[in-house]
Design a protein around this ligand. Sequence first.
Ligand code: UDX
Length: 455
Amino acid sequence: KQENVCETQVLVLPFPVQGHVNPMLQFSKRLVSKGLEVTLLTFTGNKPLAVQDGPVKLEPISDDLEADNLLVESPDAYLERFKAVVTLRLPQIIAKLGMSKSNHSVSCLIYDSVIPWALDIAKQQGLHGAAFFTQSCAVNTIFYNVHEGLLKVPLAAQSSFSIVGLPLLEEYDLPTFVYDIGAYPALTHLSVNQFLNFRKADWVLVNTFTSLEEEVLSWMGSLRSIKTIGPTIPSKYLDKRLEDDKDYGIHLFKPEIDICNNWLNSKETGSVVYVSFGSLAALGEEQMKDLALGLKGSNSYFLWVVRETEKKKLPANFLEESSEKGLVVSWSPQLEVLAHKAVGCFMTHCGWNSTLEALSLGVPMVAVPQFSDQTTNAKLVADVWQVGIRARMDDKGIITKEEIERCIREIMGGDKSKAIKWNSDKWKKLAVQAVNEGGSSDKNIDEFVAQLRCK
Ligand code: UDX
């Protein structure tokens, strides 16, 4: 620790879905590696599989707010319950940790940008506040445009939308919460309201990196200073020479680690299609059937993550009939899988973490977006970074078995596959550069830490 600096304590408050907990936990680990004391608030109580202790201290805030039921329960009811619990408990925890005003230490709450009201609590308690945006700057910018009335919702009937810093977007390239505001009004609200007080936050941190989103970051940066700090992927996956800090994580589901690794170890380099739709997306039964038949028909090896709650949608006898070619697990150690040499492509829903993970590990993607920001990420993957292709729906909104097969063939060895692999390798190098010592994200993290210490 440097001399003449006051104690700096950081409290991290993610929204409790896997896709938000992961990047905020990984960022917390980075801060610890830079010498800060960091406590991450957890929502999973004492369930043993969820929490393993490590250099980041963990503090339970509630044990019945895991949001895998966010979409099952009504989002409105969930969000109301969430706010009530956090508003009550957060000041108590701040006091317990000795972080409040009366103490001489410097303290900061890093809060998930989707809960902007957490900044008010931080300020009332005398803490600094840093908003952490878990999604791409492109997506943030679209929601900012909606917030400011620059992009009106419901959308006008027009063929494309022009937003500064972004390529021309068609309706279906926008986040679903923008073009389909009736589906989850509470989540549209949540996404747009990230910008309620974003000028008042002491810092704005975004899980992306400069060279990936240069133009749109520069536009966003003209509104207020922001710091890119991503990709928040443990360095050992990015650079095999690095022995990372103890690699622990918080899995809200139980990964089938040995089963995946053993199966992948038995496959040839680049021969496996890895398929996952993240922690929330639920496919319709017909879509599930076409996907299953498409994977089988592709004749490639596949490792498919089908969450326990989704398994009932698999076609009858699918598991038995495809066991020679395919492995179906209910949750995988995704970073390990993507870093495995047997994996040739990733059929993904394009959640921002999955997208960043594949891009940073150089794995070409077949984009099968479901909802939320995934549609926009899919557009960027296919047309801007050109590290994958986007599967197309038919008139009934289904990605057919034939389309699945076509996409797999194309990405694994079709005309575009070489160029896509070349681009994937290029972005991988740039991602590693950003987080390695002296890279853009690393410098921003150092700056953030230094500013925290001087506040
Ligand atoms: C959600 C949203 O859906 C997403 O669009 C948004 O950007 C973030 O929040 P989710 O759908 O779960 O997240 O997707 P994603 O962002 O990809 O996050 C999933 C995380 O779980 C990734 O870090 C991935 O590595 C991990 N994962 C996924 C596993 O560890 N094992 C799995 O089997 C599947």
